[in-house]
Design a protein around this ligand. Structure first.
Ligand code: PTJ
Length: 265
């Protein structure tokens, strides 16, 4: 049973939408302590909608993209995982575990730079066990000229010097700007046709709550692979083709739901 501190209503574990409600309330609680921005609630709802029409499970295409992402991160020289409010509120412990295992820093990079948010996110990540957090000291940040949003402020030890950036739950323009700077982009986005999804090099169309634990599992499998095997995984992955297959999955899912509905008539 999860308590919804919002109105003292308890969510029973046997509720058919238990998982979904649990994460909703994590986002709401995250907003109350400044980790999540108000717009983060809307972003979460948009994600839920796509998750619904993907059957709320990791597809084969998402699995393949996640495997390619781990291969790319293991081959990278200066990889970095960019984190925002939603990602932190949804899966802080596993995020910290992934960062610590792969020895990849987490860089806090926010679209909505409200006072107190960086401190709140830092606290949540640190108390979840994250050992290497960048983007904490605004005075030490440098600016990316290609970007006008708050996301232009990056850590010189992180995103600025990175070769690969993982940008989960991203809004529009940053992927394009980072790509202009020659960086390889991995994203996690339930919307397969968002600008970020279409512009990234590796697009994982899945819920971040499933992706991060899966990344840990796949890392354990690939960590002793040699360079050549990792390069083979990467070169056999085609992002555009994979997104196309994901769109087919959505079409098939809707068609199946339609057939079920018509058979019930
Ligand atoms: O914490 P901040 O200030 O950096 O702001 C973070 C948000 C998420 C509010 C900001 O980046 C934003 O407005 O993002 P967008 O433009 O709403 O895009 C977020 C994308 O993430 C959308 O395509 C959603 O479908 C997708 N998304 C939402 N929840 C999930 C998700 N993808 C994967 N897993 C989710 N749980």
């Amino acid at each position: 049973m999860v308590e919804n501190k919002n109105n003292n209503h308890k969510i029973p574990k046997d509720h058919p939408r238990y998982q979904s409600l649990k994460y909703r309330h994590q986002i709401i609680e995250g907003m109350k302590c400044l980790v999540v921005t108000e717009a983060g609630l809307i972003a979460h709802g948009r994600g839920e909608c796509f998750d619904y029409i993907l059957g709320e499970k990791t597809s084969e295409t998402a699995y393949n993209a996640t495997r390619a992402a781990i291969a790319a991160l293991l081959l990278a020289e200066n990889p970095i995982i960019s984190v925002n409010g939603n990602v932190t509120a949804l899966i802080p412990k596993k995020l910290a575990e992934l960062s610590n295992l792969l020895k990849i820093p987490l860089e806090i990079n926010l679209f909505y730079g409200k006072k107190g948010r960086i401190e709140a996110i830092t606290e949540m990540l640190e108390s979840s066990g994250a050992l290497d957090i960048l983007g904490k000291e605004q005075s030490k940040m440098v600016e990316i000229n290609e970007l006008s949003s708050n996301r232009r402020k990056v850590d010189p030890k992180g995103i600025q010097k990175s070769d690969i950036v993982m940008v989960p739950l991203e809004d529009g323009d940053r992927t394009e700007a980072l790509k202009k700077l020659g960086k390889t982009i991995i994203t996690v986005d339930l919307n397969p046709i968002s600008r970020t999804s279409l512009n990234a090099d590796i697009t994982i169309v899945d819920n971040i709550i499933r992706t991060i634990p899966l990344m840990i599992e796949i890392y354990k499998e690939l960590k002793n692979f040699d360079k050549k095997d990792l390069e083979d995984i990467l070169s056999s992955f085609n992002n555009k083709e994979n997104i196309g297959k994901t769109l087919d999955l959505i079409i098939d899912y809707i068609k199946k739901e339609k057939i079920k509905l018509l058979n019930e008539l």
